[in-house]
Write a protein that binds this ligand. Structure first.
Ligand SMILES: Cc1ncc(COP(=O)(O)O)c(C=O)c1O
Length: 477
């Protein structure tokens, strides 16, 4: 008999996946423009770092909100002793208003239904505890965020059952795919308790259209199962068509049972605050609200954070400006990045949200297998020195897709990342050259050389880490 519990020693955390391996590769050799210019660039982290200037400006102009300041110290004692799992009323109100703003004020949220959790991570686990018993399953369309395996399954004993979506229709969640997954689960004697969707999608960067949302609502009502909608990327939608929340659509579906609908939200992506661990469960089911609130004792948001967030999010002018600027900057970054990839013939799934793109490298695989996908991924990490995430870690059904994050770095780093990708594509036998002719390649390179210091470029070209001198790439040649 082991000394440590089965839960503690099983690998339900998922730390052994390629997704987390990439992070380790980055941590062992992190890129720094001057101290480690040949290090690994972190493109596996879905963080929104494009608007910290706006946040910092607000913090400086509102010193009272931080509490541990000269202006805020008066509130220190009340903040330090407050410990109620309902959360501060002004915090719940502020989050509800923010959720409305992000949805274009087309819908209202009741602050009484806002339940706190330690990030969306905690929210998912609490909901899984509330809605399912060990062994029960949630259907989830693929490809999906790898963290779901940890969040919903690990400590709860709940299972995830894939709804297989395919590239031929841009990974659309179809009625047929939902029905097929449901039947397969039943054939395997698995009790389906719910469907988990992520809108906008990580890793696809796409949003679900109204008809799909309606189909999904009809499906879960027909089967009488729950619907958990992770809308954590709601405000990252940066161009048309605009994001549509499940909260806007449910009233349009005849006979929709609101008790089945639950939203997971967090400030980790839309505001770029994963460190604050502000997660939200918004359930339309009174029983779930009550139980989830009790469970939130295990993952409360600190009162200091609640106060700060309440002040910030009740500042309507700041919020409106932030949402507008953030989506504008994401649009710009997404445009630059996809254009750079397009110049060397790398296509990406058309997307208009998220902090990443879904990159199609299928033509670089020798064979269309997940083994070959991992081989290619190792070259990208070890030789090209970019931490991107392979599709298999998102349970993608087709090998050759990779998620690349673009909002967690500055412009200069993004340009270096693009340059490395260009080198890599150019050196692929008969694959890159056909689209990126030598002439085009040289033209792009000379443009980039203007914006980068020559020293750094030379360092890179002569570096043992440069793909130019990579034994693996040379072997492939
Ligand atoms: C779809 C999705 N849900 C949940 C999370 C977890 O977010 P949090 O930091 O709020 O726990 C992430 C983080 O990457 C995510 O992409």
């Amino acid at each position: 008999m082991g000394l440590i519990s089965k839960i503690a020693t099983n690998d339900g955390h998922g730390e052994n996946s390629a997704y987390f391996d990439g992070w380790k590769a980055y941590e062992n050799d992190p890129f720094h423009p001057t101290q480690n210019p040949n290090g690994v660039i972190q493109m596996g982290l879905a963080e929104n770092q494009l608007c910290f200037d706006l946040i910092q400006e607000w913090i400086v102009n509102n010193p009272k909100a931080s509490i541990c300041t000269y202006e805020g110290v008066q509130d220190f004692q009340d903040t330090a002793i407050f410990q109620d799992y309902h959360g501060l009323p002004e915090f719940r109100k502020a989050v509800a208003r923010f959720m409305e703003k992000v949805r274009g004020d087309r819908v209202t949220f009741d602050p009484e239904r806002i339940v706190m959790s330690g990030g969306a991570t905690g929210a998912h686990e609490s909901l899984a505890f509330c809605l399912a018993d060990p062994g029960d399953a949630f259907l989830v369309p693929t490809p999906y965020y790898p963290g779901f395996d940890r969040d919903l399954r690990w400590r709860t004993g709940v299972q995830l059952f894939p709804v297989v979506c395919e590239s031929c229709n841009n990974f659309k969640v179809t009625k047929e795919a939902l029905e097929e997954a449901y039947s397969k689960a039943q054939e395997s004697n698995i009790k389906v308790k719910g469907l988990l969707i992520n809108n906008p999608s990580n890793p696809l960067g796409t949003i679900l259209d109204k008809e799909t949302l309606k189909d999904i609502l009809r499906f879960i009502n027909e089967k009488n199962i729950h619907l958990v909608c992770d809308e954590i990327y709601a405000a990252t939608a940066f161009s048309q068509p605009s994001f549509i929340s499940i909260s806007e659509v449910k009233s349009e579906v005849v006979g929709c049972n609101d008790d089945l609908v639950h939203i997971v939200y967090s400030l980790s992506k839309d505001l770029g605050f994963p460190g604050f661990r502000v997660g939200i469960i918004y359930s339309y089911n009174d029983v779930v609200v009550n139980i989830a609130r009790k469970m939130s004792s295990f993952g409360l948001v600190s009162t200091q954070t609640q106060r700060l967030i309440a002040s910030m999010l009740l500042d309507t002018i700041f919020v409106e400006n932030f949402i507008a600027k953030s989506s504008m900057r994401l649009l710009q970054r997404h445009g630059l990045f996809t254009k750079g990839l397009g110049q060397v013939g790398i296509t990406t799934l058309k997307s208009n949200a998220g902090l990443f793109i879904w990159m199609d490298l299928r033509r670089f695989l020798e064979n269309s297998t997940f083994d070959d996908e991992l081989k290619l991924w190792h070259i990208i990490i070890d030789k090209v020195k970019l931490n991107v995430s392979p599709g298999c870690s998102f349970h993608c059904s087709e090998p050759g897709w990779f998620r690349v994050c673009f909002a967690n770095m500055d412009d200069a780093t993004m340009k270096i990342a693009l340059r490395r990708i260009r080198h890599f594509v150019y050196l692929q036998p008969n694959k890159g050259v056909e689209v990126a002719t030598k002439k085009q390649y040289c033209r792009t390179r000379s443009k980039l050389e203007i914006s980068l210091s020559f020293r750094r470029l030379d360092d890179f070209m002569n570096s043992p880490h440069s793909p130019m001198s990579s034994p693996m790439v040379q072997a492939r040649n």
